[in-house]
Design a protein. Structure first.
Length: 337
């Protein structure tokens, strides 16, 4: 909010609030004053409507289709219209109910092209459009030329559409956009990741306060002799006397198998490397360097306040977004109010 004080702050809570649990995150954000929410699917919007009551706006990024159009009216969901076909469907379904319009300014993913926006502006449309949206492709990199190009195209599209929708407001920044140094004029921002204390611009990773921590307990502690193997395929072999701990976390919990032999966890304030392959339910880590004794039941921090999620994601060859949304149902979410 402080980064873009003139704009209203909405909350993107798609994919179960980035894996963290929309049943708690949605109501908490509502209580904090959020009045506009975004999810990807109408069914996510329907579930959210039950959680946050009738007043806040719930907007659906992927827009309506013939199968779910009635859900929009039944649950007062606001569609984001992305294509000529969706515009047509919304108009025919009774369409002066407010919608948002997505204009693609260079990502070539979703939204009307600037030409289609011009065509729409030339038509006699019965639509009521509250906001024009667009989305940056490279806002995690402040130096990227795309940021400037997209802002210029967005400005043009707004001017074109302003003639048919004189009251329309506009929104382009997701989390990355909030941290861009560019002069960005908009009425509404749409962060998702940043709400959870993670900054998509790696150079600014400490700009926000971490809110999510993944912990898992030690199930067993053992000694290894030189030559002893660890885990499936014996891909790791001890080259000295070692102490190792087996931890109850694996790819069945969404902890990436790509962390095999690469990742680390924190135990007794010490970074403990993962030895061998990540299994479905377990990992084994090297605790030889821990200054304090590691005991059964101790909790390892797998990302969070000490071991930042950006680093764990980089080790897994992915981004923090994917680590969060792939956390499985077996991972118990504990909320500290
Ligand atoms: C997911 C999404 C957002 C939120 O993105 P973050 O990078 O998590 O802030 C905003 N706008 C659109 C169109 C999205 O798909």
């Amino acid at each position: 909010k402080g980064l873009r004080p003139a704009a209203e702050l909405s909350a993107v809570v798609k994919a179960n609030a980035y894996g963290l649990g929309v049943h708690r995150v949605g109501p908490a954000l509502l209580e904090a004053g959020c009045q506009i929410f975004f999810v990807a699917y109408a069914f996510e919007g329907t579930a959210l409507r039950q959680l946050i009551g009738p007043d806040a706006k719930i907007c659906i990024f992927n827009g309506p289709d013939a199968d779910n159009i009635t859900d929009f009216y039944a649950n007062r969901l606001t569609p984001v219209l992305n294509t000529a076909a969706q515009i047509d469907l919304w108009e025919r379904s009774g369409g002066d109910t407010p919608a948002m319009l997505h204009v693609d300014t260079g990502m070539n993913r979703l939204g009307l092209s600037p030409d289609e926006a011009t065509q729409l502006a030339a038509k006699d449309t019965g639509l009521t459009i509250s906001h024009i949206l667009s989305h940056f492709s490279c806002s995690d990199d402040p130096e990227a030329a795309e940021n400037t190009t997209q802002l210029a195209r967005f400005q043009e599209a707004r001017e074109t559409l302003h003639t048919v929708f004189p009251e329309v407001q506009h929104s382009i920044s997701a989390s990355g956009g909030l941290f861009l140094p560019h002069e960005i004029e908009e009425n509404l921002t749409r962060p998702g990741l940043a709400l959870y204390g993670i900054c998509p611009q790696v150079s600014l990773e400490s700009a926000l306060k971490t809110v999510a921590q993944l912990e898992a307990p030690v199930l067993q502690v053992r000694e290894l002799k030189p030559g002893d193997p660890v885990g499936y395929g014996s891909t790791y072999r001890a080259n000295k006397h070692m102490q190792v701990a087996t931890i109850a976390l694996g790819y069945g919990d969404g902890y990436s198998r790509a962390l095999s032999g690469k990742g680390e966890v924190m135990l007794a304030n010490t970074a403990c490397p993962i030895l061998g392959i990540v299994s479905m339910d377990l990992i084994t880590v090297d605790i030889s360097n821990c200054s304090e004794e590691v005991k059964i039941g101790d909790m390892a921090e797998c990302f969070g306040h000490t071991l930042n999620i950006e680093k764990v994601a980089a080790n897994a060859g992915t981004i923090p977004y994917e680590l969060l949304v792939t956390l499985g149902d077996r991972v118990k979410r504990v909320y500290t109010d």
